[in-house]
Design a protein around this ligand. Structure first.
Ligand code: ATP
Length: 289
């Protein structure tokens, strides 16, 4: 058996995000359409002949201790399957951090998958997802990826067909947004309008990129977008350059724009950089199998 494995941990965007209600345990019931993107971290795992978890990364400032979701994933697998050996994990980060792109959950999912293989555990996707949700609501989705409707707290997943391909521009402005703050400041009762999640699903099933772009919406933008006008400025820059639509992903602050033409996306990228709206800007696409 191999003692080393390298996996791609893809980031995600939300083509739609609605919050249904606040639950008593502090979580929120959500309805989200998730789509994985080509932009990915590279996660390398190496089996160690000693009882130890070692995490290293090329991203300055990212904790490598038990606060890191990759560390937590390895700890959980060692505990439930009583693994005596350890693992060394290297995270080559590309997904922006605390960005609304589930970078931490993606790394976590890659470690669960990688350890399943490295230690020959033979766990099914569903078994990994059942364990993964203990570490984060987005982890079950990050294990299966592609396009999916995510409900409950994120654990109820329905696989959707891949939306039509497009050019995707991702831009993360240089601000920090706390997911907890965004959810706590969402005035659910005052909302007069909710994203049309079922309409988004129907447009995907119909294979219409224009139809889909007409419906993209994220309820959390009412909080993050109000606080940080740069989010709206990036969206305008993308749409003026030719994006069919641009909205915020997750709790933000990353904005994504959907383009038909690579040239238009490049124009938007140049404009965003020149106006200093965001430093972390990536040309990407939907990740499909
Ligand atoms: P989500 O979209 O699920 O809210 P996010 O993209 O907003 O996720 P992450 O990049 O996952 O946020 O990071 C959120 C926090 O988790 C950061 O403060 C970071 O320090 C911590 N974290 C722990 N492990 C990781 C990891 N492997 N990669 C990135 N962040 C991590």
């Amino acid at each position: 058996m191999e003692d080393k494995i390298t996996l791609a941990a893809h980031g995600k965007i939300n083509l739609g995000l609605d919050v249904v209600r606040r639950l008593e345990n502090g979580y929120h019931e959500v309805r989200m359409v998730m789509q994985s993107v080509e932009l990915a971290d590279t996660v390398t795992l190496k089996r160690l002949p000693e009882d130890r978890i070692l995490v290293r990364t090329d991203r300055r400032g990212l904790p490598c201790n038990e606060k890191n979701l990759a560390f937590k994933a390895a700890g959980l697998m060692k505990e439930i399957y009583s693994l005596g050996d350890g693992v060394e994990i290297f995270l080559e980060k590309r997904i922006p951090i605390a960005a609304g792109m589930a970078g931490g959950s993606a790394d976590c999912a890659a470690v669960l998958k990688g350890m399943n293989i490295l230690f020959g555990l033979g766990l099914s996707l569903e078994e990994l997802q059942r364990e993964g949700v203990k570490l984060g609501a987005d982890v079950p989705y990050c294990l299966s990826r592609g396009c999916a409707l995510s409900e409950g707290i994120g654990e109820k997943l329905t696989v959707l067909k891949a939306p039509p391909s497009c050019v995707l521009l991702l831009a993360k402005p240089d601000i920090s947004v706390s997911t907890k703050y965004v959810y706590e400041n969402l005035k659910l009762k005052e909302l007069e309008h909710h994203p049309d999640i079922d309409g988004i699903v129907r447009s995907i099933e119909a294979g219409s990129l224009e139809g889909l772009c007409g419906k993209l919406e994220n309820v959390l933008e009412s909080v993050t977008g109000r606080e940080y006008p740069v989010i709206g400025e990036i969206e305008r820059e993308m749409e003026e350059a030719g994006a069919l639509r641009a909205i915020m992903s997750g709790s933000g602050p990353t904005v994504f724009g959907i383009f038909r033409e690579r040239e238009a996306a490049k124009r938007a990228m140049k404009g965003i950089r020149e106006k200093n709206l965001a430093k972390e800007v990536f040309l990407s696409g939907f990740q499909t199998y």
